[in-house]
Design a protein around this ligand. Structure first.
Ligand code: G3P
Ligand code: MG
Length: 453
């Protein structure tokens, strides 16, 4: 879902995930297990990693885990990991073998990592709690980035009050739009509307909707202002105006959501129920489409497919985005939908993740009594299952602090030799190495780093 119509998010704001420098953050990783530095027989995967580009992987039989915990003398390494979730650590609720102990090994050896997912739809703290119980590993929000977490930056707007959306009215949708409203409000957005609010106030917006009672009755809220209606005797200023639209995760009610989004894209300046006089005006740029102060449309995840519990990948938010863009092309006679997209593979999300990882690593250093100037993070291993998002994103990301992002593709998710095969792993989709699973990925990276296991 790259190219036409997709633009990056505005500015990057620092310290946005609540990455607190609270003393003893490191101590939240309960130290229940003990590890040693010397290798012992543990797990071996069947196939040696296929390395291309950086460094070759030696035999995979060598154990990754040991028993004795290292003393404080161990300086945190100048490398770190970024783990995708779906298809790498979990298949929806089911942990992928090796995932939990791999994370524990890294925690025990002060090897920083973050979880970087295109998933979303839950408050970060809630999702982390859920992940901790599923994986049996203590995780925190300090090293956790969901697809929509960077939207937090738009509350203050980064550069100047005029860009702040804090007090503006935004529309949010997703699998559970009411839940997405809670998340948006937890980020600081003050006026958050859902499609259900609009439908409940004006059922005629979507005439054939059986979900009104069954789904939306319990989740809708009253609109701050009624929708504009011609001849209704109400001025525009007293009518509902939407200033921005956000898709937080994979919508469930595509029909209603696409209707409301299209109404706003065709509106005058975001006043729902109006129709811009500039639409289809050939004398205007893009024939006047989206040229009349319509609200920007933000997507948080471009994945067409994602890896779940079903044996074949399922449609992700990228499929919904494609549907909206397709309907827009039909409405406009082929014009590309102008939208803003974050999530992997976009640089915005990697820049954001790098900030989070940097702050988290700094916290680990601090709690270990070390202090290293920022920017000494030499390499980040991005372990993912989706060439289009995890691999392309890491390959194309140009770190402002010169950190190398090294892409590692696992065979436990969206891509597999049977699905897509080697031939697709070319150019921006070519990983540095293909391995069986997350455990083999970490082992390959540690060997590449000469880390004594
Ligand atoms: O909806 C989530 C999906 O698109 C992928 O999530 O964790 O593999 O980036 P993840
Ligand atoms: Mg994935």
């Amino acid at each position: 879902m790259r190219g036409g119509g997709v633009r990056a998010l505005s500015a990057v704001a620092r310290g946005v995930t609540g990455a607190s420098s609270s003393p003893g953050a490191r101590s939240r990783w309960p130290v229940t297990r003990s590890t040693t530095a010397n290798p012992g027989a543990y797990l071996s995967s069947t196939r040696t990693p296929q390395a291309s580009g950086c460094g070759s992987a030696s035999s995979s039989a060598r154990a990754l885990y040991s028993t004795q915990r290292e003393t404080k003398s161990e300086t945190p390494p100048s490398f770190a990991f970024a783990f995708d979730i779906d298809g790498v650590l979990l298949h929806v609720a089911k942990p992928i073998p090796g995932a939990a102990k791999t994370l524990r090994y890294l925690q025990d050896h002060n090897i920083p990592f973050i979880l970087l997912t295109n998933g979303g739809g839950k408050l970060e703290a809630e999702r982390v709690k859920d992940l901790s119980s599923k994986l049996g590993v203590h995780l925190t929000t300090e090293n956790f980035v969901q697809s929509h977490t960077p939207f937090r930056q738009l509350v203050e707007g980064g550069d100047g009050e005029e860009n702040s959306l804090r007090d503006k009215t935004i529309l949010v949708t997703g699998a559970d739009a009411a839940k997405c409203r809670d998340i948006a409000e937890s980020y600081g957005f003050k006026n958050v509307i859902t499609p259900a609010d609009i439908l409940f106030a004006h059922p005629s917006v979507f005439p054939f909707d059986p979900l009104l009672e069954s789904v939306y009755a319990s989740t809708h809220r009253a609109l701050p202002k009624p929708i504009y209606a011609p001849g209704g005797g109400r001025s525009l200023t007293n009518s509902l105006k939407i200033d921005a639209m956000f898709v937080f995760n994979d919508p469930r009610d595509w029909a209603l959501d696409i209707q409301v989004i299209a109404d706003l894209l065709l509106s005058h300046a975001g006043y729902l129920g109006t129709y811009s006089s500039k639409n289809a005006d050939p004398s205007l740029p893009a024939c006047g489409w989206q040229q009349d102060g319509q609200p920007p449309l933000y997507f948080s995840n471009a994945d067409l497919f994602w890896s779940t519990g079903f044996h074949l990948p399922r449609f992700g938010q990228g499929a919904f985005q494609a549907a909206v863009a397709g309907v827009w092309r039909r409405i406009t006679g082929g014009h590309e939908l102008q939208r803003r997209a974050i999530g992997k593979p976009y640089g915005e999300t990697y820049r954001f993740a790098e900030l989070v990882l940097g702050a988290h690593r700094h916290e680990i250093l601090r709690t270990q009594g070390y202090h290293e100037p920022p920017g000494t993070l030499r390499s980040v291993y991005m372990v993912g299952d989706n060439p289009e998002s995890d691999i392309a994103g890491a390959n194309e990301y140009a770190s402002e602090v010169g950190t190398e992002w090294c892409s590692v593709l696992v065979r436990t998710g969206v891509w597999s030799p049977e699905r897509g095969g080697q031939e697709v792993l070319k150019g921006r989709l070519e990983p540095k190495v293909v391995v069986d699973d997350v455990e083999a990925a970490v082992r390959w990276a540690l060997e590449r780093e000469g880390w004594k296991m």
